[in-house]
Design a protein around this ligand. Sequence first.
Ligand SMILES: [Ca+2]
Length: 149
Amino acid sequence: MRQITRGVVAVLAFGTVGAVLPTAVASATPTGTSSVNSPAAVTAPSTPAAGPAQAGRFWIYGENDYNGYRKSYNTTDKWFRNDEWDGTRISVDNGTNSVWNRTNRTGVLWTIGSSTGAGCAGDGLVFPAGSYSWNLGRYNNTASCLVLL
Ligand SMILES: [Ca+2]
């Protein structure tokens, strides 16, 4: 808990304009490679398989447990509405259900994107470098913006 609290302070210090770490996520305890447990997790979170998820990128998935459609980013993208799942014409906007941050940066998924490049808004889910969540719980299907700090 204490480590997560520090993380929030650090994120705010980076100036991400009101980053909000949901209480349910704040209760998760990161270890080692910092697994961010799901707000809805009732069992131990699955560990993603390395497989096709290329290192150095922030991966999002259309279904829980790193299944379904996938897409990855290696830079900030504040407007998911014009992004499509790999190999599809389907927008990733409000479609993320699991996440694996394979970058060496903290990533924040926001629930409200920005078409102009201004700040994203709503609730922010903080993913330290190397962290993952098999199920975003009540934040499933809400991500519209990724900021890599
Ligand atoms: Ca975009």
